[in-house]
Design a protein around this ligand. Structure first.
Ligand code: FAD
Length: 457
């Protein structure tokens, strides 16, 4: 039964803020522990440096205006080196080299023999860079020649980096632009989505403003597109947006809100040199925009549902880090987590999506959705700060994996196909859940700080 509060705006997900907060109180320690205290989940392999931004340089690229890059650099040079984004966003801690295929095979073979397993998916996927039709992300290394590096996630927390200005805005703009589906089917997909038929509370001024901001951005993009293509087709009324497009937007906006929460919570006071929560940052970027927070909760529901679905899959998964005892423990931990997530569509009901998936110009809505999400993952190569790029890539891969689990695989019933995930996908999924779950905790503390401030006043 869907416990939807009429005042909550997690309406595309089938749960209220209060439900999700309660669930998060219970699950947060498991998620933290798994993401931070196991080798399997705290090292990530990616190609952080060798991929070029595939968008900015083409003739229609967003940064045809050279001044934006120059301005950023000029501004950078105005600040002391220590505070420069470049310095702040550097990766720290060990960056192990990829062990290499032969070395890994040697390390894994005895373990596999010992476990009596065949060639475990999680052991060979380190070399599997093939793109699967069902992927919502470009697999790491697909386009680059190199194998990438392993990065210690624990040593590179997502926090304030100073990356801002024209460059960062350009990336966000490009990401939101992916939400302009070629054709917005005006559908009644919303029928049957718990909560959507419930009366919506009147928007507060801030909510209305946030909605307007986005609509204006979207209309500007659509108009530009329509002018370029010479058609008015792109000028669809965004009020009649279909469920899938709204879900796409909420995922992006919720991810953006989570990033903002982390950078506000682990903020560098540039005057004192102290790291800590910045209440003003929270007020300006989050508190004033309940829609953004709602989208973050929406993401929690979506990712949690996907992790819950892994309960059937994890027992067959081979965790091979080379330490059988730790691998056994890791498997127990993720099994416990997945099993603690309520089964059934109480949290998020993905079955209502892509119901009326007709072909449009030879492409289905689901394919369009998938391709656009892949593009978002490609845009991450345009992020001009190492640490932001790292977490941006992990989180898009995490959401891509969640979407793949939700929309490409069954519900674990006998005879149904079980998801085959690459190690990087599983690691990204759990770390993305950890980021959202920690952001919800940080928001709770910010609300407490705000209440204390108001009491003092
Ligand atoms: P921005 O956050 O850049 O937002 C731009 C515009 O988008 C806003 O003006 C608003 O209209 C709209 N907007 C903002 N939030 C939302 C939302 N949730 N939903 C919908 N619309 C919204 N900085 C760090 O310090 N640490 C990081 O780890 C980090 N990671 C990043 C990862 C990526 C992928 C990107 C693109 C940027 C990252 N940044 C990071 C930069 C950071 O996100 C901001 O861009 C920067 O702090 C400047 O913030 P801003 O206030 O100008 O607005």
């Amino acid at each position: 039964v869907c416990a939807l509060e009429p005042t909550a705006k997690v309406s595309d997900a089938c749960a209220s803020y209060a439900d999700l907060d309660t669930l998060n109180d219970r699950l947060h320690p498991y998620v933290r522990n798994l993401a931070n205290n196991t080798d399997f989940f705290s090292y990530y392999r990616l190609n952080l440096y060798n991929k070029e931004c595939p968008f900015w340089d083409d003739e229609n690229g967003l940064c045809g205006n050279i001044a934006c890059a120059v301005t950023t650099l000029e501004n950078e040079e105005d600040v002391p080196k220590i505070w420069r984004a470049e310095e702040l966003s550097k990766l720290e801690g060990p960056r192990a080299q990829h062990p290499g295929r032969k070395q890994q095979q040697e390390r894994q073979r005895p373990l596999l023999d010992q476990l009596g397993a065949g060639v475990g998916e999680s052991c060979v996927v380190e070399y599997d860079d093939e793109c699967d039709d069902r992927d919502y992300c470009v697999p790491e290394d697909e386009t680059a020649g190199g194998k990438g590096d392993y990065v210690s996630l624990a040593n590179n927390p997502e926090r304030f980096t100073g990356y801002a200005g024209e460059g960062a805005h350009q990336v966000w703009e490009a990401i939101y632009r992916e939400n302009c589906f070629s054709k917005d089917p005006v559908s009644d997909h919303s029928v049957g989505v718990p909560g959507l038929s419930a009366p919506q509370p009147a928007l507060s001024q801030n909510q209305a403003q946030a909605a307007m901001d986005f609509k204006q951005v979207m209309r500007a993009h659509d108009r530009e597109k329509a002018v370029k293509s010479g058609t008015a087709e792109a000028l669809d009324d965004s009020e009649n947006t279909c469920l899938e497009k709204r879900v796409f937007y909420r995922i992006i906006s919720g991810m953006h809100a989570s990033i903002s929460t982390h950078l506000c919570y682990d903020y560098l006071n540039q005057t004192t040199g102290q790291w800590g929560p910045n209440l003003q940052c929270y007020k300006e970027r989050l508190h004033e925009y309940p829609e953004r927070i709602s989208n973050l909760y929406f993401n929690y529901a979506l990712v949690l549902r996907a992790v819950g679905k892994l309960r059937e899959y994890v027992p067959d998964y081979t965790f091979c880090t080379g330490d059988p005892q730790q691998d056994k423990k890791t498997k127990e931990m993720i099994t416990r987590l997945a099993s603690a997530i309520p089964a059934g569509p109480h949290i998020f009901d993905e079955s209502v999506m892509f119901q009326d998936d007709q072909m449009e110009n030879g492409i289905s809505l689901k394919e369009d959705f998938r391709n656009r999400f892949r593009n978002v993952s490609r845009i991450m190569d345009c992020v001009g700060c190492d640490k932001c790029r790292l977490w941006g890539k992990i989180q898009t891969n995490g959401f891509g994996t969640a979407l793949k689990v939700l929309f490409e695989f069954g519900n674990g019933h006998a005879g149904e196909e079980k998801p085959l995930l690459r190690r990087t996908e599983l690691v990204a999924l759990i770390n993305t859940l950890d980021k959202i779950s920690s952001a919800m905790k940080a928001l709770e503390r910010f609300r407490g700080m705000l209440a204390a401030e108001l009491n003092i006043a």
